[in-house]
Write a new protein. Structure first.
Length: 225
């Protein structure tokens, strides 16, 4: 019996999922089908986490968390394939990617697109470093599936356990910071390349304000962790 993460036996499924199942139900385009063939050896459904298997509470938004193991043909396979799969899966997913004796964890933080609960939108993908499979850890922490999922995201992303705020708010703020950092670098470059002194002074003032605003966002993020 495969139990990589040492979860309760009640959670174990340990069943191989034929790749043709993904072709059939996900409207796979030729590019993605090629990726399945070239990058993935097999996919196994390892665990099902639910109110029944863990004796925790669920909600209409989150009935199950599935853990899949994808055995890869090469360690540097692109992860967009698993984002594609995750968008079309009806439950929240954690992937264990394996190559040889090493593994990594991948989770696409996602939310339902609307109240019909038929399709997800991916907010952001998080992946852990590669480690020997024997050292792989993902602790189940929380009394509800939503809390367990948030803690999975916290562990895989490296954000860590958060004391305040929902993971949704933390991820949104983190995305905002990443966007602001890109804009800040563009502004800095523009300032350095400007030849006219008066315009350069104006840009410098903008850089100072942007740096201060960015620092405030980072401090706000730290308080939420």
């Amino acid at each position: 019996m495969n139990n990589i993460l040492h979860y309760p036996d009640s959670c174990i499924v340990d069943r191989t999922v034929p790749k043709t199942m993904f072709y059939r139900f996900m409207d796979v385009n030729p590019k993605m089908k090629k990726r399945f063939v070239e990058d993935v050896t097999r996919i196994d459904w390892l665990y099902k986490l639910s109110a029944q298997t863990l004796n925790v509470t669920n909600s209409e938004e989150m009935l199950e968390i599935e853990v899949f193991v994808a055995t890869l043909k090469q360690a540097d396979s692109l992860t967009d394939l698993f984002t594609f799969i995750d968008t079309h899966m009806p439950h929240h997913i954690v992937f264990i990617l394996q190559h040889g004796d090493n593994s990594m964890l991948l989770v696409n933080y996602k939310q339902w697109k609307d109240d019909t609960h038929t399709e997800f939108k991916i907010t952001q993908m998080f992946a852990s470093p590669w480690v020997p499979t024997s050292n792989l850890k993902l602790e189940i922490e929380g009394q509800s599936l939503s809390r367990i999922y948030d803690n999975f995201v916290a562990q895989i992303s490296g954000i860590g356990e958060h004391k305040a705020g929902k993971m949704e708010e933390i991820v949104a703020l983190q995305q905002r910071i990443e966007k602001e950092e890109k804009e800040f670098l563009k502004l800095e470059k523009k300032m350095r390349n400007e030849r006219q002194a008066n315009i350069q002074l104006e840009l410098h003032a903008q850089v100072v304000r942007a740096r201060k605003a960015l620092q405030q966002l980072k401090e706000e993020l730290e308080k939420m962790k």
